[in-house]
Design a protein around this ligand. Structure first.
Ligand code: NDP
Length: 278
């Protein structure tokens, strides 16, 4: 089993340096089996969301794992249709019930939308102050969203979870977040299966370090201080994706992977992603 180093969020809460994401993992057997597999492999951070429709299976797997709840860092997210101050509280309670737990470690606003994210985040602040969540944050926030949030609210988000991978390395947001003490988490860290993991540079580095291209990319995230949450329903890949802590990329090789950047978004743009907000 792999042991993952711990990082520290801006409020002192510890978080594993890599996690397991369950977007598109089916509710029921599939998510139950996969989360159990991930916990057995050594993952202690599980990333779900209300919209993934699999919170119940995640909760069941955590219970079945035999691990203590406090050994696991559990993240879920407030969906777009639930944005707004009052609705956010209701959505939170629904998620807790489905997850069969009495707190989550990290609660995130899933997308900014246009004009409700500040009041939604204020509800998250209230949940945090009431010790219902150990940390709060956002996803898919550009710098302009973060600037508005920092101006109009009091708790600096612990996390900004964004699309981030070698083709879109988000240097500007990473630099901004670092200055403000916001941890960056990468979704789509392996490019969601939408781009070739067998790019020549990745294959070359894979041979050099005797690690798979996926492991090379995931190690690149770790060394940038970015918390990646790869998804897989394949047991061998679940194990492969956490086996990252026995090698180190040289700064030259880090720079080569940085050079793959094309600012190429593989999924929705937060400025135009309005599903559930209309
Ligand atoms: P990933 O970049 O993690 O890619 C997942 C895909 O890569 C799957 O098709 C998987 O296949 C494949 N894969 C996994 N491991 C390997 C490997 N070692 N070698 C080859 N292929 C591999 O994309 P996700 O979109 O799932 O992002 C990760 C997590 O981020 C999500 O699960 C979710 O928790 C979060 N997320 C958050 C979003 C947000 O808006 N906040 C948006 C999207 C995701 P297979 O499963 O068949 O093995």
């Amino acid at each position: 089993m792999n042991t993952v180093p711990m990082w520290t969020l801006n409020n002192g809460v510890e978080i594993p340096a890599t996690g397991y994401g369950v977007f598109k993992v089916k509710e029921g057997d599939e998510v139950f089996r996969s989360v159990l597999e991930a916990l057995e492999a050594g993952y202690r951070l599980i990333d779900t969301a209300a919209i993934y429709g699999n919170e119940e299976g995640v909760g069941r797997a955590i219970k079945a794992s035999g691990l203590k709840r406090e050994e696991i860092f559990l993240t879920t997210k407030l969906w777009n249709t639930d944005q707004g101050y009052d609705k956010a509280f209701e959505a939170f309670e629904t998620s807790l019930k489905k997850l069969d737990t009495d707190y989550v470690d990290l609660y995130l606003v899933h997308w900014p939308g246009k004009d409700k994210y500040v009041e939604s985040y204020k509800a998250l602040e209230k949940l945090y102050q009431g010790k219902r969540v150990r940390a709060i944050g956002v996803c898919n926030f550009h710098i302009h969203h973060l600037e508005k949030l920092l101006e109009e609210t009091t708790i600096v988000p612990a996390m900004n979870q964004i699309e981030l991978h070698p083709l879109m390395n988000q240097e500007e947001i990473r630099t901004f977040c670092k200055e403000k003490g916001i941890q960056v988490e990468a979704w789509g860290p392996l490019m969601q299966g939408k781009a070739d993991l067998e790019a020549p540079l990745l294959v070359e580095l894979s041979k050099k370090y005797k690690k798979s291209p996926a492991q090379i990319i995931l190690r690149w995230h770790v060394q940038h201080g970015v918390l990646a949450i790869p998804k897989s329903v394949t047991p061998s890949r679940i194990r492969e994706n956490i086996d990252l802590f026995d090698f180190e990329l040289t700064s030259e090789d880090m720079a080569k992977i940085d050079g793959m950047n094309e600012n190429k978004r593989l999924s929705a743009d937060p400025d135009t992603m309005m599903n559930g907000f209309e």
